[in-house]
Design a protein around this ligand. Sequence first.
Ligand SMILES: [Zn+2]
Length: 175
Amino acid sequence: MTAVSYDDFEDLELGEVEAMPANPKPQVASEGDDDEASDDFSELDDLLADAMQERRETLSVAETRKRAKAGFGLSAEDQDRVRRWELAREWLPVANTAVFRRYVCACGFHSTVFEGLFLEQRHRHSSHANRWTAAEASQANLPNDTAIRVKSIPMCQRCAESKGFSLKTDIIWEA
Ligand SMILES: [Zn+2]
């Protein structure tokens, strides 16, 4: 792009500067950020560089996906790159989701155990496409949701005795 440096404006007489409108570069004003007029051009350079970098990453990921579709296995590095790109560009974070499993017994008793923490994401181009990926920690800027997976069971700690099984431990299995 055309290089117009900040120095061009510093050469102006002080009086002229004061007489000028707040933003002396109307062609840049439409880009937003009127507050920092002197930085507009370097910011535009940065934006352009970012956009080009983003474009390169997108093309590279598209190429990698095409290879995967054609049946070529992806290296762990490629998989990681595609996943990072998807996280950054294609899937938007929606909520922290704590997933619980609720065991509902035939006797009416139920117990609930924590299964894991997930990040709910929504596809950038489809508001109906959501997915949940395992997360190590919740993100403070997102709302917290709770999801419960329900499973029916025929016997629980409350009714085991009545069915002839004591909860007195005979064997412990480490899961
Ligand atoms: Zn029960």
